[in-house]
Ligand binder design. Structure first.
Ligand code: GDD
Ligand code: MN
Length: 374
């Protein structure tokens, strides 16, 4: 067999009755392509591995049988490790992912996509035969991922188990998913350009034979997996850092106000201005070094410029907080004043963070600014 261009990985557990159909349909779909099908079985009691092996004379397929490990995602990774193709793909064995759609995914990659996803949630895609409950679970899982992983927000179906990826995207990347959602791991950790993630519509079919292995435990695994990815997501960490700095600033503000009022002759009204300004400066320094450390240009002029921008944004954000507070307190009958202020603070936070992201620490500012103008 010459070097395959495409490696298709199929994880299996008790899929003996589906294998023959799968193998045939993949083969027919990929006429004209040099491909290999890698079936990763976890020692299924129904003899899936032995049966698949018996087809290896007739079709370009290999079987990996794992005896000491269980799990969909880790099986796919075991397949990736053995794969020789330039394009790697994943498809379920139970024919819920139609093999006939594989060429469309391949075309997307050939067109320049890093990842091509079989998607149920774009125009032309769909799901056949799911209960309302299963639909709901899937929607909740997708929404959680979109909410907490900003880097995958543009992807409509990050939960898909049907996709193709360019080899370089995951080569030398340590993939360690827990549970079912291998694509989520690829999207979160792979070396890819966001606009090079393509989705291709398909309809998720009913199972041909056998039964699903998805259970409650996998739903818990999903949450564990997501929380690990969230911890590593740079943009969510940035929001958390910004929040922590904001809290420290509140401490500085109150502390300085107390010290100045207690130990100097300044009135609280004047001391308040000084304490707010000191808190802004301390916030700026922490954000500059920590929250936006990856975006800063260290020259004195650049720091000063960012500082002025941040100071302006913060002053306006204080105004925005107050405006929201005022508007709610006077406009919303019966809303507690503390709730009004809490919402005001939240609005100010969002405002301040947005302007910091888009203005003070704008991405792509020229890194090397001359110290003195020419
Ligand atoms: N090797 C191995 N080990 N394979 C497994 C295991 C395992 O522990 N568990 C499941 N599989 C295989 C199945 O044999 C099947 O080929 C594929 O993984 C999908 O498993 P199903 O149990 O049929 O999953 P599902 O239909 O509930 O979920 C599918 O739909 C999701 C979309 O909501 C999966 O394909 C997901 O990847 C997909 O995202
Ligand atoms: Mn299935």
């Amino acid at each position: 067999m010459s070097e395959p261009l495409i490696s298709v990985i199929t994880p299996t557990f008790n899929e003996r009755e589906n294998i023959l159909n799968l193998v045939k349909r993949v083969h027919n779909a990929l006429v004209g392509y040099a491909y290999e099908l890698i079936i990763v079985d976890d020692n299924s009691p129904d003899g899936t591995a032995e049966f698949a092996e018996s087809l290896s004379g007739e079709y370009p397929l290999r079987v990996i049988c794992r005896r000491n490990e269980r799990g969909l995602s880790s099986a796919v990774i075991a397949g990736f490790r053995q794969a020789r193709g330039k394009i790697l793909g994943v498809i379920d064995a139970d024919l819920q992912h139609p093999p006939e759609e594989i060429p469309a995914l391949i075309h997307s990659i050939e067109d320049g996509a890093d990842v091509a996803i079989g998607s149920r949630y774009i125009l032309g895609g769909g799901i056949r035969g799911w209960s309302v409950k299963r639909k709901l679970v899937s929607q909740v899982a997708t929404t959680l991922a979109r909410l907490f992983l900003p880097s995958i927000r543009k992807t409509k179906d990050p939960m898909s188990g049907f996709f193709m990826v360019r080899r370089e995207v995951i080569e030398n990347v340590e993939l360690r998913p827990i549970g079912y959602k291998i694509l989520l791991e690829v999207l979160a950790k792979g070396k890819l350009t966001p606009h090079k993630v393509r989705e291709v519509p398909y309809t998720f079919q009913e199972r041909e034979a056998g039964k699903s292995n998805l259970n409650m435990k996998e739903q818990v695994n999903y949450l564990k997996h997501l929380s690990i990815l969230v911890e590593k997501d740079k943009e969510i960490r940035r929001v958390a850092k910004f929040l922590a700095v904001g809290l420290s600033g509140t401490g500085v503000n109150l502390g300085v106000l107390f010290l100045l009022t207690a130990y100097s002759s300044l009135s609280p009204l004047v001391a308040g201005i000084a304490s707010i300004e000191l808190a802004i400066i301390s916030n700026f320094i922490l954000n500059d070094i920590w929250t936006f450390g990856d975006r800063r240009t260290p020259s004195f002029r650049a720091v000063l410029k960012r500082g002025l921008k941040y100071n302006t944004a913060t002053a306006v954000s204080a105004g925005a907080s107050y405006a929201v507070f005022f508007w709610l307190l006077t406009g919303m009958e019966g809303m507690h004043y503390l709730v009004c202020m809490a919402l005001g603070i939240l609005a100010g936070f969002v405002w301040n963070f947005t302007w910091s992201m888009l203005w003070a620490w704008r991405k792509g500012e020229p890194r090397e600014e001359p110290l003195l103008p020419k």
